[in-house]
Design a protein around this ligand. Sequence first.
Ligand code: BJ8
Length: 425
Amino acid sequence: MPTDNRQMWAELGIDLKKHDMLMNALPPIYKEIYLSQKNRPQGMGFFDFVVGDIHGIRVQELRQHAKNGTIVVATYCVFVPDEIVLAADAIPVGLCAGTQFSVPIAEEVLPRNTCALIKSSFGFKLGRICPYVQTSHLIVGETTCDGKKKMFEILAEYHPVYIMEVPNKKTQRSRDLWRGEVLAFKGVIEKQTGNKITADKLSKSTRLVNDRRRALQRLYKARQANPVPISGKDALLVTQVSFYDDVSRCIKQVNALCDEVEKRVASSEGVFPANAPRILISGSPMAIPNWKLHHILETAGAAVVCEESCTGTRMFSDLVPETGGTVEEQIKAIADRYMQIHCACFTPNDERLDDIVRLAREYKVDGVVHYNLQFCHTYANEAVKVERALEKEGIPLLRVETDYSDEDAGQLRTRVDAFLEMIRR
Ligand code: BJ8
């Protein structure tokens, strides 16, 4: 590790001993899971570089911005509107929370029967092992699931936290509440940054965030091809990195990757044979470095072609209309777009069932794997309805409930093998 990185981490209050353990564990895992893949698009080189220096250059950039007076706003959920943060000249950073490493640290405080995503995110702060958390001036949480919202109360003892109230229903009253929440969030960010959000700035930030969505939509569109031009693991990584990389740079890199991948589609070049079983994964988000299920599926001979999740289509599917107007009109348009995210925290949430069936058709999948983080009750219960909806359409489903550890990897492999055997064409 370069010494200036170590000095930066020390200045950020990072526990260097624990952090070294985490940083030493990542390269061999990445090598095995990512670098061992054959015929990857060259455009993945940028994303390999980002992961290879995961706590280096980007953190240094953020630190430099912070030294120049820019506010860094950390988030855990796709409900927090980046448009508002960017319009105030602040920087949004999606936090990871995908490693088992921070889970036992969190369990010193949180109940063990809490989902791994919540424990991992809390453990990063408690253990002082994430320089992104340490660099941020504010963490924005949300009232999506019960575990998260109660964790945020405890997290607030360690870091400045602001909570957005995400409603649980999709009625007009709930939409009005959410519009009020987005408006209030604008006030919070203006106060934190000392910058006024104008209509012009909001139009620009909306276009920028839409451009990131358009780039990711392009990448996913290419995955509808057969043979599929990019692995599911690589596509997942692109989405994961887009949460915390500089937005403009990310757009450029994803579009460059798409140029290459689209050429592959035109020449029927794929990373897996055309008869590989095509899989849609649906369910809980997968934060870096949670690549477990994709790796098991793709090393068993499947091609993961789409993710119906917040590290997939739910992140970028809908655009905010770029109609401009007053700040209030734009806030309303932004709020309404975010209400189209069909998280299992909503009731009822039949739109998600429709999405899964539609995506299964659009991506011509042979089967769906429903991915559920252990102790995530919203997705576990909703899986009952997902199962019924897919059964009605004759689409095979495998339900998986797991965590970030590798303890169940063998068992998962056996179940995946049996599922693929059943659906193989
Ligand atoms: S909009 S999916 S990013 S809340 S897995 S912490 S729900 S117990 S992550 Fe999510 Fe926003 Fe919804 Fe998306 Fe709770 Fe379940 Fe854990 Fe979860």
